[in-house]
Design a protein around this ligand. Structure first.
Ligand code: ADP
Ligand code: MG
Length: 693
């Protein structure tokens, strides 16, 4: 149960004074649904009203506070024209300008011949100075009530700053004084204020530089968030470790059969990874290992060897992929090896019903099938195993921790291998996976030609099309990628459909289209046609980003490459260069390029090392923005910035480890405070892991 002191923060935003349902929805859109989300909605700037010049010397384009006499009201006859109020001081005059004036509030606020203090932004309009819609108009006696410095918050259409600022103040007023959850020595060393003081400092910046990521207050809040993250992951890991495990020891019989059937030799990195996995599996505790490997680095065969060990030990294994296409692909890849080893694979896909499925489930239940390959359909209740001992999860970032646990629950003491093709920088691995053991495939399989990457402006499209046409006559297969920006999915789909139509005009019938809104059977059909070579050119949105393997495809053309993040471009490029043919990647961009986009495209030309690209990605844009947390599956931080605060992350990891060593049930004084921290950052599930022992 969440501690009651936090309840006022975990109420809906509309419970704040001055926030009705309509404003509540707008605030929810920018900040989040609960009062607590406003605490994390930190200012992006400040408005400084302390500048109080005479009219004649007021700088254009800045916010000032003026003391003026009201001279004349000029109400327009046409209500669509602005209502102007001429004011002056001894140095000059200025028009206060109001649009869409209803009622007489302007007349009341600005009576003729009276002195008023007004604050707002000054602009020049022709020869006249004007201040459109002053933020404040008060009589001279009330000048002291004007705020001198105001925080500026991220807003949305229809939501104004005053309303937002008031809501945030309301949220801050609800922030309780909390017991300190950090070590006193740490606070003293870093010079950090208490939690509530830090919050107030961040929301009441006195100067522009108080908004930075490096202030004491901001670093403290970032550390709070990172510690909550690391502690939650450490609890999860401790739970896995505590759980009874089993020792899986294979005799190598099946692995020898498969090794003999492999058309290539394993790379050193693959051998090392398999060795690490084997060592884990023999141990009596549970394996929780991440296999990180760039696109095309050969993770699948490593997974196969891991599964073979489980089967040699007399148990079963499951491989879960994020999409049906990928599950089928794994099926196809692994089938010949299964045959060589004399083991049985079955597919468990969401779409399949009827006899085939019933038979597959029966075989898993009675143990006559050794490996289940499927999608999240594997989690469904009716899927049971005789003895599931190892779960391999491919492209894990599409799955949640929860799903991982669900699948694990289908066996006893199940070992888990997670594979990811997103080469995440080390710092980020820590936030997403905590202290998981990691195997990295850093080496490419031998004999691969490097991909020739070109960066070309869109106005040379005709040239590219001509090259593509020629390549196709020589038997090439081409991906043509159109960007998909989530905000306007339909428009982008229209763009892809249009490109598809245009390319059909040029290339004829053998042009396919695949995008995320298609039914998965249609998607599969288009992919299958491309794989079989009945289609030469496949127009696609980024649905092809993850995992698709058509070794015959040797050219990828990415339209509006400047709109993609580095990690995404790298994933896309990895779709080619898998076969014997020299591969090409053409990154088409719309000029002019911004500085970051230019740097990104340059890095793509310079290197194909996914780990380096991931590091550059982080450096270029800061983690949240660039990796697109939704796509990468990385946690979105509200206060911490993984580029700026990476050393805090490492500290948080060590801290979390130490805390759990000393107080695994979080029952000491600091432990109690840390529970509060976990709830504050909505890690309720982690707290339950402690409770359930
Ligand atoms: P990913 O890591 O992207 O999942 P895959 O497992 O799909 O990579 O492997 C990509 C391709 O490389 C496959 O066609 C596979 O057969 C091939 N491959 C894997 N290991 C090796 C190796 N050691 N030598 C040569 N080719 C390999
Ligand atoms: Mg793969």
């Amino acid at each position: 149960m969440r501690p009651t002191v936090l309840n006022p923060l975990y109420a809906p935003i509309s419970t704040l004074q001055g926030v009705g349902p309509k404003v509540g929805r707008l605030i929810e859109r920018v900040a989040g649904p609960n009062v607590v989300d406003l605490l994390w909605h930190v200012p992006t700037g400040i408005i400084d009203r302390r500048l109080a010049p005479k009219i004649a010397v007021a700088p254009i384009g800045t916010t000032v506070t003026l003391t003026v006499r009201v001279d004349e009201h000029r109400a327009p006859r046409n209500p669509r024209l602005p209502y102007k109020v001429r004011c002056s001081d001894e140095t000059g005059s200025i028009d206060l300008v109001f649009f869409r004036v209803h009622g007489d509030y302007v007349e009341k606020a600005l009576p003729i011949d009276r002195v008023r203090v007004v604050s707002g932004r000054i602009e020049r309009y022709g020869d006249a100075l004007q201040m459109p819609h002053p933020d404040y108009i008060v009589p001279l006696e009330e000048a002291a009530t004007l705020p001198t410095i105001e925080p500026v918050y991220g807003l949305t259409e229809g939501l104004n700053l005053k309303v937002m600022a008031k809501a945030v103040r309301g949220a801050l007023a609800r922030a309780p004084d909390t017991p300190e959850w950090h070590d006193a020595a740490l606070l003293a060393r870093e010079g950090w204020p208490a939690w509530k003081a830090a919050l107030l400092a961040v929301h009441r910046p006195e100067r522009m530089d108080a908004l930075g990521l490096e202030t004491f207050a901001r670093r403290r809040l970032a550390y709070d968030e990172l510690l909550a993250n690391q502690l939650a992951l450490a609890l999860m890991r401790a739970r896995v470790r505590r759980a009874r495990g089993r020792s899986l020891k294979g005799d190598g019989r099946l692995r020898a059969l498969v090794a003999a059937a492999l058309p290539y030799t394993l790379t050193g990195a693959q051998k090392t990874a398999i060795q690490e996995i084997e060592t884990d599996l023999v141990q009596p505790h549970r394996m929780l290992r991440l296999l990180q490997g760039d696109v095309g680095s050969g993770k699948t065969v490593v997974a196969l060897f891991a599964m073979l060990i489980a089967i040699e030990a007399g148990a079963q294994a499951a491989l879960m992929a994020p999409t049906e296409i990928l599950a089928r692909q794994h099926m196809k890849t692994l089938e010949p090896f299964a045959e060589a080893a004399g083991i049985k694979l079955v597919a468990v896909l969401g779409r399949e019903r009827g006899r085939g499925r019933a038979e597959a489930l029966a075989r898993l239940a009675d143990g006559s099938a050794d490996i289940a390959i499927g999608t999240h359909a594997l989690i469904e209740e009716e899927v049971t195993f005789r003895d599931l001992a190892l779960v391999v999860i491919d492209e894990q970032h599409r799955f949640g921790v929860h799903q991982r646990l669900m699948l694990g629950a289908k066996g006893s003491a199940v070992d888990v291998l997670v594979m990811t093709a997103t080469p995440i920088p080390r710092t980020l691995t820590l936030t997403a996976y905590g202290d998981m053991d990691v195997s990295r495939l850093t080496e490419r399989p031998a004999g691969r030609l490097p991909i020739d990457t070109r960066v070309v402006p869109l106005d040379r499209l005709d040239e590219i099309v001509a090259h593509a046409k020629q390549a196709i006559t020589q038997g090439a297969r081409i991906y043509w990628v159109c960007p998909l920006v989530e905000e306007s999915e339909l428009i982008d789909l229209a763009a892809a459909a249009e490109r598809h139509a245009a390319l059909r005009q040029i290339f004829g019938e053998r042009v396919g289209l695949v995008h995320g809104r298609m039914k998965s059977s249609e998607k599969d059909a288009a992919m299958a046609a491309f794989a079989a070579g009945t289609i030469d050119l496949l127009v696609a949105t980024t649905v092809i980003e993850v995992g698709i393997d058509v070794p015959e495809a040797s050219i990828i053309i990415v339209e509006h490459a400047e709109r993609f993040g580095l990690a995404q471009l790298h994933q896309l490029r990895g779709r080619v260069g898998r076969g014997a043919r020299q591969s090409h990647c053409v990154l088409l961009y719309a000029a002019p390029l911004g500085e970051t986009a230019r740097a990104r495209l340059r890095i793509m030309r310079e290197t194909d090392d996914g780990f380096r690209i991931a590091e550059e990605d982080l450096r270029l844009r800061g983690a949240g923005e660039l990796l697109g947390t939704r796509q990468s599956g990385l946690p979105a931080f509200k206060l911490a910035d993984l580029a700026a605060h990476s050393e805090l992350l490492a500290m948080a990891r060590d801290d979390a480890r130490l805390v759990l060593d000393r107080d695994p049930t979080l029952t000491g004084k600091r432990g109690e405070a840390l529970r509060l921290l976990l709830y504050l950052f909505e890690r309720d599930a982690a707290v339950r892991l402690i409770a359930s022992g």
